[in-house]
Design a protein around this ligand. Structure first.
Ligand code: CO8
Length: 243
């Protein structure tokens, strides 16, 4: 198995075809995913703890043996069902307008959200124009035995690349995402990601990304992010108002 050099520091490199984005604009674009801050109060800390407990619960359920004690499984199914009802009876985000902290990707996303039990969660950081991330996928993400399911391999890329597109100076939606899975992505060990914008044309931005396990390239991806026409019209109206 060939290994590669540690991920290069590209923080000071400008790619041809990618406009220079002023630091303040970039900071604003990236404000929806800032690296995860400490919880802003005891309620949020408790919510993160609940999500982490739910992650352990999901993995434990996934691994529960059908050949074990059926009565014990029925009993914990009753307990989990009661717990779900207790949580659903607590005040819900469905009942109020979300605030900025609720809307942050690092809070709510199914890949990086600390409050979302579906998220491993991935950790994100900016290194100049390059977005780096890492994650450990537990047994709940298993596709082929001992390996991450291909859909989650692609989803992790979409998240990292969706953040990296801010290097284009604007945000768009994933129009296409092509992932080349060169090797299996392993469970239970750290997977590293890096992504950056490689080309910008009008409202289209192309982003490439790579993932590594133990320093070995396991997958790479290319995606097109398109700023929706409706948002472009809003941008133009705002710019005309400011002129
Ligand atoms: C706004 C910030 C959100 C951040 C989200 C981050 C990542 C995500 O996970 S997004 C969720 C998954 N993605 C989606 O749900 C996207 C669904 N699709 C859409 O909403 C629309 O098709 C959208 C926005 C991509 C394009 O729609 P629209 O604004 O009408 O653009 P449209 O006029 O059709 O196309 C614009 C240009 O893009 C090109 N284009 C659009 N889609 C594609 C595609 N799939 N492949 C190649 N080119 C495409 C068109 O050919 C056109 O090119 P040109 O200007 O050269 O003729």
């Amino acid at each position: 198995m060939s290994t590669i050099e540690p991920l290069p520091d590209k923080s000071s490199e400008a790619s041809p075809g990618v406009p220079e984005v002023p630091a303040d604009v970039l900071a604003e674009l990236r404000s929806t995913w800032t690296p995860r801050p400490a919880p802003d109060g005891p309620g949020r800390a408790a919510r993160h703890r609940l999500a982490e407990a739910a992650r352990r619960l999901v993995e434990a359920v996934k691994l529960a043996d059908a050949e074990g004690d059926a009565d014990a499984l029925q009993s914990v199914a009753d307990d989990v069902s009661d717990l779900a009802a207790r949580i659903a009876a607590l005040p819900s985000l469905r009942d109020r307008e979300p605030n900025l902290a609720d809307l942050q990707l690092h809070e709510r996303s199914p890949l990086v959200g600390a409050a979302n039990p579906l998220a491993p969660p991935m950790e994100l950081e900016a290194d100049g124009p390059v977005i780096r991330a890492h994650a450990v996928f537990n047994a709940a993400y298993e596709g082929p035995l001992g390996r991450v399911h291909g859909g989650y391999v692609a989803a992790a890329f979409d998240e990292v690349m969706g953040v990296a597109q801010s290097g284009s100076g604007r945000l768009g939606m994933t129009a296409y995402l092509t992932v080349r899975m060169k090797r299996s992505t392993p469970l239970h060990e750290r997977v590293d990601y890096e992504a950056e914008v490689t080309r910008v044309e009008g409202r289209k931005a192309w982003v490439t990304a790579r993932s590594y396990a133990g320093g070995v390239l396991v997958a790479d991806a290319e995606g097109l992010f398109v700023r929706p026409r409706a948002l472009v019209l809003q941008d133009e109206a705002r710019a005309a108002g400011e002129a």
